[in-house]
Ligand binder design. Structure first.
Ligand code: FE2
Length: 126
């Protein structure tokens, strides 16, 4: 299992909104939206959906979302590669957490024009 911190250069390029309280349309098109239950039970599968973004991003050969990754507490859970023209910029993973406590889900996506964007959601397992 890969660790999110292994590649420092990966993070050097992460984009963040200038003002999280007042997102631009471009930011709304890139920041991944994580949807899941707010609380889950250890050992019980649950679905986590990631969609880019709150305004749908185009999926054209010249401009598209290349991939989406989902992490839980720095552990990578999965990565999906997307083909423009055939897919939408969304994916759903079935996740099982064996631990209890607060889990930070993190989604990272890469746009071929606008680079890396991330978002997090905290859920409780118990
Ligand atoms: Fe983009």
């Amino acid at each position: 299992m890969g660790k999110i911190m292994e590649d420092k250069n990966f993070f050097d390029g992460m984009n963040h909104p200038a003002n999280a309280e007042d997102l631009t349309d471009a930011e709304k098109k890139h920041i991944p939206v994580i949807s899941s239950s707010d609380s889950v039970k250890p050992g019980e599968p649950f679905e986590v959906s990631v969609t880019v973004g709150s305004i749908p991003h185009v999926m054209e050969p010249a401009h598209h979302i290349q991939w989406i990754e989902l992490y839980a507490n720095e552990e990578i859970l999965g990565k999906v590669s997307l083909t423009p023209g055939f897919t939408k910029a969304t994916t759903t993973l079935t996740v099982v957490m064996e631990t209890t406590g607060i889990i930070t889900l993190k989604a990272i996506e890469r746009c071929n024009v606008h680079g890396l964007w991330e978002n997090t959601k905290r859920i409780i397992a118990g």
